[in-house]
Design a protein around this ligand. Structure first.
Ligand code: SAM
Length: 244
């Protein structure tokens, strides 16, 4: 077996792919995740989808280096359009904004029946992805937050099911948990705390800038940001005190 070095982020995504599954990696770039899934014996078959010519060619070259290349298909196209219905059991979409992930899933809805698991890693806009999962009958089964090279990533895993199950019996509302992540809230990891401390610091800077402005809407904006900061401080406080 050829060793393939991939990031902790991509390795974590790979760990959520059930062994022996047919996996589509949409927006595969250099097909590193797809290659790892094959080389490490996790996937029985991989489809690497790419929209753009440069990364598509890079993915083709990468897959060509593998002994298991006959169990891989590299396809050029937009989102889930590269898939035939029922072809993939697991779909990974990683390293993009939440808005783009949501539009790929929405535009490719007819390809989702038969998919048993979605593994999604939005770089930003995680709440948009959680909202889409709720609206479309996908239940979050796992959430992970990790830090690599000072960047914090969230990985959301969902399966067809009752989408509200992970939001029940929690000390926060569904709307709040869509922002935080219901399973991340249960786990309360130090990385989650760091994420919200960074977010709070960002908003403290915004507040300082807004206060320097003399526009008529400043007072209202200051109030809104202060309310947001109060909410974040409460989240951070719970993450300090409730940690297992
Ligand atoms: N998934 C890899 C990862 O997580 O490391 C690569 C992430 S890279 C930042 C995003 C990739 O998605 C780019 O190669 C881009 O060309 C591709 N992409 C963007 N929009 C896409 C779409 N609608 N369909 C397929 N690929 C897309």
């Amino acid at each position: 077996m050829i060793a393939l070095m991939i990031s902790k982020r991509l390795q974590t995504i790979a760990q959520y792919c059930p062994k022996g599954s047919r996996v589509a990696d949409i927006g595969s770039d250099h097909a590193l995740l797809a290659s790892y899934l094959l080389v490490s014996g996790i996937a029985s078959y991989v489809i690497a989808g790419e929209l753009n010519e440069g990364p598509y060619q890079a993915a083709r070259r990468q897959i060509h280096t593998l002994q298991a290349r006959d169990r891989a298909s590299v396809r050029k196209g937009n989102g889930l359009a590269v898939l035939a219905p029922g072809e993939a059991e697991v779909i990974c979409i990683a390293g993009m904004g939440g808005q783009l992930i949501v539009s790929i899933l929405t535009e490719g809805k007819e390809k989702l029946p038969g998919v048993r698991r979605l593994i999604l890693q939005p770089n930003v806009g995680e709440e948009l992805v959680r909202r889409w999962l709720i609206d479309n009958g996908w239940q979050l089964t796992h959430e992970t937050i990790l830090e690599e090279d000072q960047i914090i990533y969230e990985i959301l895993v969902a399966e067809p099911g009752d989408p509200l199950v992970p939001y029940r019996d929690k000390d926060k509302t569904t709307e709040e948990l869509i922002r935080i992540g219901p399973l991340l809230w249960t786990e309360k990891s130090p990385v989650l705390r760091r994420k919200w401390e960074r977010e709070r610091d960002k908003w403290l800077n915004v507040l300082a800038q807004v206060k320097r402005s003399d526009r008529p809407e400043t007072a209202q904006r200051v109030k809104e940001i202060e309310a947001e900061l109060a909410w974040m401080n409460e989240v951070i406080r719970c993450l300090h005190t409730d940690r297992r």
